[in-house]
Every structure is written in structure tokens, then in C-alpha cells.
Design a protein around this ligand. Structure first.
Ligand code: 2BA
Length: 111
């Protein structure tokens, strides 16, 4: 068994969860925050048999917006200053898609 952590855009979170559920996957959805942009995103936790990992990957691929370059205002601190004193500069980052971690599960029980 594997546990899949998929970090997706909050815009895609609902749809991906619905499609996974329709395909009889169990999903836990966590409201998370990206460390770099400090914006909300969604992390899906999906426990799945090894044989169905690729099916999950396919659903993520099909239901998450394609990765594109976007301009964002990125904060950078002015020498040890608190957050409200951060300066901002425009940078390009890739957004969309899914960041996926697949981990082995050593034990799984429902008690
Ligand atoms: P954030 O950390 O807010 O990152 C948003 C996007 O900013 C990233 O998209 C990437 O294109 C860019 N980025 C992130 N860190 C950067 C850095 N140090 N310098 C320049 N650009 C940077 P994604 O790679 O698609 O990541 C989307 C979200 O997935 C991330 O949001 C974070 O919440 C999570 N994530 C990505 N890689 C991760 C990792 N190795 N470990 C844990 N979480 C990760």
C-alpha cells in the first residue's frame, strides 16, 4: 500500500477530490499553505493499493490545471525586519499541476 500526498491549487482541489471519490478512492483534504508564495493550496492524502497508484496519477494529471508561468509579487525581508516591512519584487514561477509524493505504508488499520 502507498500513501500519496498531492499538493494542488485550491482552485483544483474540489474537482480532483470529486473525481477521486467517484473512482472509489478515499481522500482526506487538508488546507495547506505554500512556504514560498505563502498562499493557500490544498494537500490531498490518498491511501491506495500499489496497483492503483497510476490511476491516481492519471486523475491528478487530467484534473489539475496545466503548469504555466505566472508573475507573482514575492516578498523578501529587509535585513531581519518583521513581515509587514517586507519589500516585494515581481518574479516568474510555475503554477498549476500537482506536486506529488508517493510513500510506502508499513501498516494500515481502521480501529
Ligand atoms: P509554494 O512553496 O508556495 O511554491 C509555489 C511555486 O513557487 C512553486 O510551484 C515553484 O514554482 C515556485 N517556488 C517554490 N519554491 C521556490 C524557491 N525557493 N525559489 C523559486 N521558486 C520557488 P510548485 O513547485 O508547483 O509547488 C507548489 C506547492 O507545492 C508549493 O507552494 C509547496 O506548497 C508545495 N511543494 C512543492 N515542492 C515541495 C517540496 N519539495 N516539499 C514540500 N512541499 C512542496
Amino acid at each position: 500500500m502507498k500513501i500519496i500526498y498531492a499538493i494542488v491549487s485550491s482552485d483544483d482541489g474540489n474537482r480532483v477530490t470529486d473525481v477521486l471519490t467517484e473512482h472509489q478512492f478515499s481522500v482526506t483534504r487538508l488546507a495547506t499553505t505554500g512556504g514560498f508564495l505563502k498562499k493557500g493550496n490544498t494537500t490531498l492524502m490518498i491511501g491506495v493499493e500499489d496497483s492503483r497508484v497510476e490511476e491516481v496519477m492519471g486523475i491528478l494529471r487530467e484534473n489539475c490545471a496545466k503548469r504555466t508561468q505566472i508573475d507573482v509579487a514575492a516578498p523578501y525581508p529587509i535585513g531581519g525586519a518583521p513581515i509587514w516591512n517586507y519589500n516585494y519584487s515581481t518574479i516568474q514561477v510555475e503554477a498549476g499541476g500537482a506536486t506529488v509524493f508517493v510513500l510506502d505504508v508499513s501498516d494500515f488499520k481502521k480501529l
